[in-house]
Design a protein around this ligand. Structure first.
Ligand code: HEM
Length: 114
């Protein structure tokens, strides 16, 4: 799967969650975090990642990661968009990731400001 397809899939998923989710949530209704807050979660007790402006708590997944726990821990508390996409994860990995979503970056820190 190429990166463009992953991006498109994510955008479609983002819209589905934000505009036609069960509670009719808007983007801003989900919890907002700054990179400073994300950076506080950078060890095996609490491991958060930012991927494409969304925040994921992957603490429980670190030791299960097929690519090894080091791959994730090296990026704990940071924006891991490039390493995550650069590896070319499967659709299954993207679905798994969606289950760990806990929020979104505050607007001023998003790559995509929309
Ligand atoms: C922090 C950035 C990440 C990097 C650099 C990374 C890197 C890798 C690498 C190198 C592999 C290949 C393992 C192998 O086949 O030898 C892999 C596999 C995998 N990773 Fe990650 N990973 C990251 C984060 C994640 C996250 C957050 C998830 C999901 C919550 C995830 C889910 C998977 C899955 C399911 C596989 C198995 C192959 C696949 O389905 O694509 N990874 N990862």
């Amino acid at each position: 799967m190429n990166i463009t397809r992953i991006r498109n899939t994510d955008m479609v998923r983002g819209k589905a969650i934000c505009k036609s989710g069960p509670n009719n949530n808007k983007v801003d209704d989900i919890r907002q975090f700054s990179m400073k807050e994300v950076a506080l979660h950078s060890d095996h007790h609490s491991c958060w990642l930012v991927i494409k402006d969304f925040v994921y708590d992957v603490t429980s997944f670190v030791s299960e990661h097929p690519g090894g726990w080091e791959m994730i821990m090296e990026r704990a508390g940071t924006d891991a968009t490039n390493p995550f996409e650069g590896k070319g994860h499967s659709d299954d990995a993207l679905k798994l990731l969606a289950g760990f979503k806990i929020g979104q970056l505050i607007r001023s820190e998003r790559l995509e400001k929309g």
